[in-house]
Ligand binder design. Structure first.
Ligand SMILES: [Zn+2]
Length: 413
């Protein structure tokens, strides 16, 4: 009897599928049919909260962007997925944001992909300075049905989870989940050091690498490049005499919502540090968790020697150095680091090192803040808006960490 029942269920399912096929699949999936509004999705791993799309011609659409939580003048990132029917169609996408020009959605290149892994850069047509007037992305004729598009070289939270799954199998990596975001995603910190090193923990140099603005994906790939270099054969010596911490996504809810600078509570993630100390009442959720964790490291027997805050702005990678107590005393002056960087950068991916004595973004940034609170060396690592591929961004990270290894030589005294 059960078998008969199952068979009937299957038959019924097939009948329903056929019926759905007739009613829905034909207009959407037919080869050669032009793209329609229903083919676009804005709530995938690379999303854009509040985006509205309308058709204005054959394979020509207008996308009106929504805004960041609590910031009606900050555009969400232009990100979307074409879930079907792209093959054989091109796409002209006019994008506007009606809230203002404070952080322009078209300031950086975007990328598109068939699989969300291999990305092709795409550039804005006009570089318009007026978000209301908008700008346009012109995509070529697609060769596959599914297409992803996101900011810079995108990195979704799901991409990070997948990479963490690989890294955690490496005996030199310890994965800490320092807490969960408001959206219940893990905030990961990866600690990389050689567990078999004869150097006692308290003698190892400690470097802390973190990204604040969640839309600055090039900065995140730069960090991935550093981590990969550190896990390679070349990184063996540094692994023995240092501990490196990587916090690649401090606002892991952001990629799926398209928030460029914030978390769900609207905090600008690089204006959310508290040099007087972490405080549950004074800070929003993720900045508080990150600072608590950093303070734990600072109170341990292996406190951070340097704190690096990774971002993206114009030009190539642009590191800005603020000296802590070891600079020019235990190791060479910062100018020595500048020379090492220059030597290790044959493809000119990194600008000459610049130095900063005065705070620029103030005590609530993740460079000035930790420097004020703990007096340590901080590096604001900006730039890379003209580095258009994942590989080159990762290569730039390799240049940085290779140079760091040479500069912070030996062990702590
Ligand atoms: Zn930034």
């Amino acid at each position: 009897m059960a078998l008969v029942g199952n068979k009937r269920c299957k038959e019924a399912a097939v009948a329903i599928q056929l019926w759905l096929g007739v009613v829905f699949a034909a207009p959407l999936g037919e080869a050669g049919a032009e793209l329609s509004v229903a083919d676009f999705k804005f709530d995938g791993p690379l999303g854009s909260d509040g985006a509205v799309i309308e058709k204005i011609g054959t394979n020509h659409f207008k996308m009106t962007l929504g805004h960041a939580p609590g910031h009606p003048t900050w555009a969400n990132n232009c990100q979307f997925q074409i879930v079907r029917n792209a093959k054989g169609n091109s796409l002209t996408l006019d994008v506007v944001f009606l809230g203002g020009n404070e952080f322009r959605f078209n300031e950086y290149f975007h990328s598109w992909s068939y699989d969300g892994k291999n990305w092709t850069p795409i550039h804005w047509e006009r570089d318009s300075k007026d978000s209301k007037e908008g700008d346009t992305l012109k995509f070529p004729v697609f060769e596959q049905d599914t297409v992803y598009c996101g900011l810079q070289v995108p990195m979704s939270y799901e991409d990070l989870v997948e990479m963490v799954g690989v890294w955690e199998k490496n005996p030199n990596v310890k994965v800490y989940i320092i807490g969960r975001s408001v959206g219940k995603r893990n905030i990961y910190r990866l600690e990389v050091t050689d567990p078999k090193s004869p150097v006692p923990e308290e003698k190892r140099w400690v470097h802390y690498f973190t990204n604040q603005h969640p839309g600055e994906h090039n900065a995140q790939w730069r960090m991935v490049g550093m981590l990969e270099w550190l896990l390679s054969d070349e990184g063996a010596d540094l692994r023995r005499r240092s501990i490196c911490h990587f916090l690649i996504m401090t606002s892991p809810d952001a990629p799926s919502h398209g928030w460029y600078r914030t978390n769900s509570e609207g905090s600008d993630m690089n204006r959310a540090y508290r040099p007087a100390g972490s405080n549950r009442q004074e800070q929003t959720h993720e900045p508080y968790l990150c600072q608590v964790d950093f303070e734990k490291i600072m109170a341990s027997k292996a406190p951070a020697t340097s704190c690096w805050s990774f971002h993206t702005w114009g030009g190539v990678v642009d590191p800005i150095f603020t000296s802590g107590p070891e600079i020019g005393k235990i190791i060479g002056p910062a100018s020595e680091f500048a020379q090492i960087l220059e030597r290790n950068d044959p493809n000119d991916l990194v600008k000459p090192l610049s130095y900063r004595k005065e705070a620029k973004y103030g005590s609530t940034s993740w460079t000035d803040g930790p420097h004020m609170q703990f007096g340590i060396t901080t590096i604001l690592c900006e730039g890379a808006a003209v580095i258009y591929t994942k590989e080159k961004n990762m290569e730039s990270g390799g240049v940085l960490i290779k140079s760091l290894a040479e500069y912070w030589k030996g062990t702590k005294p």
